[in-house]
Design a protein around this ligand. Structure first.
Ligand SMILES: O=C(COP(=O)(O)O)[C@@H](O)CO
Length: 260
């Protein structure tokens, strides 16, 4: 029998699906029942967040937002506050996705502010960290990730750390031009991340922080990541945008998983 802790499997719709398409996808997803031990989640564009959260409220699928500001309110044109995200019905909020770091000047400092704000507002932050191709080539992956992780968690209370999710998403693995990280690399990196978490929080708490892998995850390779030590789930982009494909990806991970 498989005896594992919860496996988190989520998809980030990114800048896809307007309100009508998002609502149709939510309607399709609401009757999905994941295999035991799996927590599916979807990360929704702001324009559909409230509607999708409403449809999925009583379902097995957890809903999240793609970003938020760290302040409660104020003169921040174009931004969304933690309270607004919460009021829309989101449980999760994505923080520090590499596309935001890369294209929208998000820094370790803003990520850290957002992590603390999410915790204050009872949102579950899904923190994304990952090295660029240059950092990978220079052999500073571990140092880069440790820096991102330590700064992001600096103002989060140690006892709250099991309430967050961390996704390791190498920038070079993400998107159409990306190359999926091989499983040995992910296993090695996640073991290092666990070590950093243990250093920050002690082994008992550190062991309870879910670590996900993301970057060119597909139906064919998803299971190989979840089988690795210290991998508690996967975070999917393109392979999860179509609802039946997303459900199939989850079902295949569980159906094909070797007994523990
Ligand atoms: O960006 C992500 C991965 O995208 P892929 O299309 O799966 O490469 C990750 O954040 C999940 O959205």
């Amino acid at each position: 029998m498989v005896t594992r802790k919860t496996v988190w499997i989520g998809t980030n719709w990114k800048m896809n699906k307007g309100p009508a398409e998002a609502l149709a996808a939510a309607e399709a997803l609401k009757s999905y029942h994941p295999p035991e031990g799996v927590k599916p989640f979807v990360i929704i564009p702001f324009t559909s967040l409230q509607a999708v959260a409403g449809v999925l409220k009583t379902s097995d699928v957890v809903v999240g937002a793609q970003n938020m500001h760290w302040e409660e309110s104020g003169s921040w044109t174009g931004e969304i506050s933690p309270e607004m995200v919460k009021e829309c019905g989101a449980d999760i909020v994505l923080i520090g996705h590499s596309e935001r770091r890369q294209h929208f000047a998000e820094t370790d400092w803003t990520v850290s502010r957002k992590m603390a704000a999410a915790m204050r507002h009872g949102l579950r932050p899904l923190l994304c960290i990952g090295e660029s191709l240059e950092e990978y080539d220079y052999g500073v992956t571990d140092e880069t990730l440790a820096r991102q992780l330590k700064i992001a968690l600096h103002d989060v209370a140690v006892e709250d750390l099991p309430d967050i999710l961390v996704a390791y998403e190498p920038v070079w693995a993400i998107g159409a031009g990306g190359r999926a990280a091989d499983t040995d690399c992910v296993a090695r990196v996640h073991t290092g991340l666990r070590r950093v978490l243990n250093e920050i929080a002690g082994a008992e708490i550190g062991a309870r922080v879910p670590l996900l892998y993301g970057g060119s995850v597909t139906q064919d390779n998803a299971r190989s990541y979840v089988e690795q030590p210290n991998v508690d789930g996967v975070f999917v982009g393109r392979a999860g945008w179509n609802v039946p494909d997303f459900e199939k990806l989850i079902d295949r991970i569980i159906e094909e998983r070797a007994p523990a």
